[in-house]
Design a protein around this ligand. Structure first.
Ligand code: 9MR
Length: 759
């Protein structure tokens, strides 16, 4: 598409003055950087005719947009009534980007009437339209200049600079000028704002629990600290303990222990080295709320039904993937070509994360951890069975006399059962690994707006065993409420077990990562062990006990530094064998193995100046590290449940401090908890960072947190060379450090419920 040519009109002097002022203030803001970093010799402009002095060539506009020259700018009249932002756009194609090179993307823009948003992108001009950089500033009528630096993750000659203008109900007018994409600039150093150097749990310490903090300081000798109440009165004081250099952050730190203070209250601060911490409470209420919010997270992840705004104010949305256009629906889904010739209704379930995919492997561990939260409450000395009773989670099923947590998990279980290959088909009884879009989609995109074809991917042994494990676990827990469902679940579990035994080595293709995550897992001994354990605990049958006792996993040391997760599931079995009553021979030894694992995590926590039970080899924080930290706390909590020894309880409780702000970045990784918390997690529908009309993730959403491998381009451009805890950025584009997922939030719900139970 090409614009019509318009005669050149001089820009009004008024406009020019305003723009100079805007540029000046920008220069003042970043003044030092501009004067100390000399312009590199080889800075090269990539955009052609960004100044619109006499023509708009070679810029294009979508056919519904009327664009042309106006006062030496490009102005575009945008129609109202388009759905997506890319439904109306102007842009320029055929730009060249060099992988690893940094670019400064800058432009001037205004919009009338006020408060319209432009989505400015640098991306691929052809399918699949990858976006490498994007921003969505809200425009003013008087205009502003914008400038950003990013690093290209690719080599291409097909890049595009695009200004997406659609999605407005009303027509509006957009104008731009001085569009520039300057190559060869110096990468912009990223300095996270870490606030005061006294690092605390920004939410709450338990009155009778441990209370620890970390001070970042150059001082090598001990320093005095003071605990102040909300009125500023000093209520406790003491001395810091110098801890040297912390490997996980590279910082010189001291630790502070103020556990002797046990008075409840709000708005405490800790003062040391001239710094005042962010405020915190001493009390239990926040953990009751957090346990509930962490579990409420799942309703808004539901696929296949409309989310009610009366139940989640601000989060109502139409049903996703029920077959209403533009969705192709999950009610009648084919396999990938060549995989099968039947179609399945696999509607329902939870969306995995920030994407619209649904994966049996990850669904399995998520269901397990939520059901184990429920099951623990029934067996543990401090278990609070009423916590997730009927009516606690504000879901459509509230009021049906079934505990809300079971209702919520049932939504996923019903989906998992639908993923089982039907009788009479090849591989009957196995479970399809996953179902998701044929191609990756961009952000933002409501589930109901996803136009992609949905496809079933091949069955795998891992998925089949996930199904066997959680369907067996469900069979014992739902029996009092819905015996028919319990029986159906057990039948499905047995069938899945038999199918896995018949096909013990069918693996997901690790390259099957287009349109959804691969979730590859070629080590399934642990899934066999887990499924056998759950089947045994539910049925008591000898053959399942035999499998458990004969498995090398049963006696292996499974409590390693990075805990357990969707791919490493042996701990799910071991913890349940240790805690769910059964007649398993050698059960004492199983229980001892959990306590030994906990001893190791406790030693890690004690040695760590930030007090977390996580010290991965080579300081390499893993994808979703926050939930691995929390899963290590689950082992500590279980050791407390088994032994009653306070040191394990305190270890689990103390782990929350790290997650809620006692860390190198001084950030709470749980949205809405703590003065500064993660809020821009990668999600297609909680995409407020990209579209102010959309919400942030709901309170109680756990971010994946630091990930040393920084796989996404945004993190790569900002965090190159980061140390451990610093490999994180609260940006929606950082899908490898800042996503939300159903399995991570399950770990949060599990530990938050435990901590709340200690009140
Ligand atoms: O959490 C998963 C992580 O352990 C894997 O290393 C990574 C790559 O396979 O995938 C992560 O899971 C993502 C999944 O593939 C797709 N949905 C979002 C998940 C979280 O990022």
């Amino acid at each position: 598409m090409t614009l019509e040519r318009h005669p050149h009109l001089p820009r009004s002097p008024d406009v020019k003055r305003r723009r100079t002022a805007a540029l000046l203030s920008l220069t003042a803001l970043i003044g030092t950087a501009l004067t100390t970093v000399p312009a590199q010799a080889d800075e090269v402009e990539q955009v052609r005719n960004g100044t619109f002095d006499s023509t708009t060539e070679p810029w294009w506009a979508s056919s519904n947009v009327t664009a042309g020259l106006s006062a030496g700018r490009l102005c575009a009249d945008v129609p109202g009534g388009t759905a997506n932002r890319w439904d109306a756009a102007v842009g320029q194609n055929d730009l060249t980007l060099v992988k690893g090179e940094s670019y400064r993307f800058s432009f001037y823009a205004d919009g009338a009437p006020a408060d319209h948003t432009v989505r400015a992108i640098v991306g691929l001009s052809v399918a699949p339209y990858d976006t490498w950089f994007e921003v969505s500033p809200q425009l003013s009528v008087s205009g502003n200049s914008y400038s950003y630096t990013f690093t290209s993750p690719v080599d291409t000659t097909q890049a595009q600079v695009g200004f997406q203008l659609g999605g407005s109900a009303e027509p509006w007018r957009f104008c731009m000028d001085d569009v520039s994409l300057l190559g060869g600039v110096a990468p912009e150093p990223y300095e996270p704002d870490t606030g005061p150097r006294v690092r605390v749990n920004q939410v709450a310490y338990l009155p009778a629990g441990p209370k620890n903090a970390t001070l970042v300081t150059d001082a090598t000798q001990r320093l005095p600290w003071q605990l102040k109440n909300a009125g500023g009165a000093v209520v406790a004081r003491g001395w810091t303990v110098p801890r040297g250099t912390d490997a996980s952050s590279g910082q010189n730190v001291h630790s502070v222990d103020f556990g002797a203070y046990r008075v409840r209250g709000e708005g405490f601060t800790l003062v040391a080295d001239g710094q005042t911490s962010r405020p915190f409470d001493i009390g239990t209420a926040a953990y009751d709320r957090l346990a509930t919010d962490a579990a409420k997270f799942y309703y808004t992840q539901r696929s296949g039904l409309a989310i009610r705004d009366d139940l989640r104010p601000g989060y109502g949305r139409p049903a996703g993937h029920v077959g209403v256009a533009p969705n192709q629906g999950d009610t009648d889904v084919p396999c990938q070509p060549g995989v099968c010739d039947y179609r399945l209704d696999v509607s329902g379930g939870w969306y995995d994360a920030g994407d619209h995919g649904k994966y049996v492997v990850n669904g399995g561990i998520s269901v397990w951890e939520l059901l184990s939260t429920y099951e623990r409450a029934r067996h543990a000395r401090t278990g609070e069975v009423e916590r997730f009773r009927d009516g606690t989670l504000a879901i459509p099923e509230s009021g049906n006399k079934v505990p809300d947590l079971l209702d919520e998990v049932r939504w996923e279980l019903d989906f998992l059962l639908k993923m089982q290959v039907p009788d009479g088909q090849p591989l009957a009884g196995m479970a399809h690994h996953k179902i998701h879009d044929e191609n990756w989609t961009g952000l933002p995109l409501l589930p109901s707006d996803d136009p992609q074809k949905r496809e079933l991917h091949p069955p795998t042994t891992a998925a089949t065993l996930n199904l066997a494990a959680v369907a067996a676990q469900a069979a014992r827990l739902y029996k009092p409420y819905d015996p028919r469902f319990a029986a159906r679940a057990l039948t499905a579990a047995r069938k899945a077990w038999a199918a896995a035994e018949a096909h013990p080595a069918v693996y997901a293709d690790e390259n099957d990562g287009i349109g959804g995550g691969a979730y590859p897992d070629r080590a399934v001994d642990d899934e066999f062990y887990w499924a056998a354990a759950e089947l045994y605990l539910t049925t008591g049958e000898r053959r399942f006990a035999d499998h458990v006792l004969g498995s090398p996993v049963h006696t292996a040391d499974i409590f390693g530094p990075t805990g357990f997760d969707w791919a490493r599931t042996a701990a799910a079995a071991r913890l349940d064998l240790a805690t769910v009553p059964s007649g398993l021979p050698g059960r004492d030894k199983v229980r001892r193995s959990v306590v030994q694992g906990a001893d190791r995590y406790l030693a890690t926590l004690k040695a760590h100046p930030y007090g977390l039970p996580y010290a991965p080899a080579d300081n390499k924080y893993d994808w979703g590290s926050t939930h691995q930290v929390l899963n290590n706390a689950v082992v500590l909590a279980t050791a407390y449940d088994l032994t009653g020894a306070a040191k394990y309880r305190d270890g689990a409780v103390q782990t929350m401090d790290y997650v809620l702000g006692r860390n190198a970045l001084n950030i709470s990784y749980v949205t809405g908890y703590g003065e500064v918390s993660a809020q821009n997690q990668h999600s297609r529908w909680y995409a407020r960072q990209l579209d102010p009309k959309l919400p942030n993730p709901p309170a109680g959403s756990l971010s994946g947190g630091p990930n040393s491998s920084i796989q996404d381009p945004l993190a790569q451009s900002k965090l190159q060379g980061c140390v451990g805890q610093f490999c994180y950025i609260d940006d929606i584009q950082s899908w490898s450090t800042n996503e939300i997922t159903i399995n991570w939030n399950a770990a949060l719900a599990r530990v938050a419920a435990f901590v709340a139970d200690q009140g």
